[in-house]
Write a protein that binds this ligand. Structure first.
Ligand SMILES: [Zn+2]
Length: 263
């Protein structure tokens, strides 16, 4: 997941959207690992481990989420409301007491949750806790901070399969699988009459293998049906359809279009 939006999505505050899925880089930042599962540190497709990780997050982030919501209500709803109605002088002590209570609770509970989710990241935990101790706005985002690196080490397509809608998942999976095969083919020697082009084997490619294990590989690779009479060709990477006269996909960096079967 990408940036703040990914963390907020995982924290359950916003639904996942397609632009939030980062396909170009693995969670550990090494792009080449995608195509070579034999390399150390390759992103994981272990769905059971991913589900356990998300379940642990929901459990450990429950209190920080509740405290963050109360802080949000005090700062962004109750305080402006008293200012608007001119009753701040009457209620400021109550608001200040509630703010201090929830803020302090957030600062205390965050490192406990962080330690259970990220036991080896003490320096990050101290830095984030200090930031929350000086800013209630940072304390509001405690759950987001816990979600930020939660799925580091998992492949974005595996994360996408768990968090996104089926349509969004298949859209991203189709492009990732296409890129994976293209990248692998680029490393192979050019075919010759005595050495025909190497056949793509599912087990060679982690994304392809993962999609096959989910039972959606054939559906993802099946060419699309023409949307209407004007559709003439499609992009093999993203399956966008084009009218006659177009040669390459405008969204995929010049990928050559293929004719639709029923045209
Ligand atoms: Zn395309």
């Amino acid at each position: 997941m990408m940036g703040d939006r990914g963390g907020i999505t995982l924290a359950g505050l916003l639904p996942p959207l397609s632009p939030c899925i980062l396909l170009a880089a693995s969670a550990n930042g090494r792009q080449d690992d995608h195509a070579d599962p034999s390399r150390a540190g390759a992103p994981s497709f272990d769905m059971k481990a991913l589900e356990n990780r998300i379940a642990a997050f929901h459990k450990e982030s429950l209190v920080p989420r509740i405290l963050g919501n109360f802080l949000f209500i005090i700062i962004f709803i109750a305080l402006p409301a008293t200012l608007w109605t001119g009753t701040l002088a009457v209620h400021w002590r109550l608001l200040a007491a509630l703010l201090a209570c929830f803020w302090l609770s957030g600062v205390v509970t965050f490192p406990l949750a962080h330690r259970r989710l990220f036991p080896d990241e003490k320096s990050s935990r101290v830095k984030k806790t200090l930031l929350m101790s000086v800013s209630p706005l940072s304390a509001i985002r405690a759950a987001d901070q816990l979600a930020r690196d939660l799925l580091r080490g998992f492949h974005p397509i595996a994360v996408c399969s768990h968090l996104c809608s089926q349509d969004d998942f298949e859209y991203h999976a189709r492009m990732a699988s296409f890129d994976e095969v293209q990248k692998a083919e680029g490393r192979l020697p050019p075919p010759s009459p005595s050495r025909p082009k190497s056949r793509i084997r599912v087990e060679q490619y982690p994304i392809t293998q993962f999609l096959d294990s989910l039972g959606c590989l054939e559906r993802i690779r099946t060419p699309p049906i023409a949307e209407d009479g004007s559709s003439h060709s499609y992009c093999p990477r993203c399956h966008c359809q084009y009218r006659a006269g177009f040669q390459t996909c405008a969204d995929c960096g010049g990928i050559g279009l293929l004719p639709l079967a029923d045209c």
